[in-house]
Design a binder for this molecule. Structure first.
Ligand SMILES: [Ca+2]
Ligand SMILES: [Ca+2]
Ligand SMILES: [Ca+2]
Length: 163
């Protein structure tokens, strides 16, 4: 039976087994996907798989972007898989939740996890001028950039069960 509750369950299973199960079964749930989206993502946010995404209209430093996301009950986006990397973010250059400020070259996500899967652009990260510790999404790849540069940012709001 296709119900919104079912969709919730599938998202939850996907979150646990780390497979894009939502995508696989999505066609079956298209109608409810729309309902689910309108129910769970605030206005101005886009739904993909189990999360809601927001591209800022303003620009600012990485810290300013993160602060804004937290204010919105979210955080800077954590890119967990190829689907999320490719599908979510159009062609905008924007901050993502990736940082190597603590230890140079040791990239961490804002949720505290280490970066394992990566989508760096050619010759990146290069820590140019020794001052590039924040992750930028650009041309569907990543670049390390000075954290005080001014960019838009992408927030990701996770589903309630992961809070
Ligand atoms: Ca994510
Ligand atoms: Ca760096
Ligand atoms: Ca760079």
């Amino acid at each position: 039976i296709c119900t919104a509750i079912w969709y919730d369950c599938l998202c939850k299973i996907q979150h646990v087994i780390k497979l894009p199960l939502c995508l696989i079964v999505r066609s079956c749930f298209d109608v409810f996907f729309v309902l689910y989206t309108s129910k769970t993502c605030p206005t101005g946010w886009n739904k993909f798989s189990c999360s809601c995404y927001f591209l800022s209209t303003k620009s600012g430093s990485w810290d300013e972007g993160r602060k804004d996301c937290i204010t919105r009950g979210a955080d800077l986006v954590v890119i967990n898989d190829k689907e999320e990397q490719v599908l979510c973010f159009a062609n905008e250059a924007a901050w993502i939740g990736l940082i190597d400020k603590e230890t140079e070259g040791s990239w961490k996500w804002v949720d505290g996890t280490s970066m394992t899967l990566s989508f760096w652009g050619d010759d990146q990260p290069d820590n140019w001028k020794g001052d590039e510790d924040c992750g930028q999404y650009i041309n569907k790849r990543w670049n390390d950039l000075s954290c005080v540069a001014s960019l838009k940012w992408i927030c990701e709001k996770l589903p309630p069960w992961s809070a």
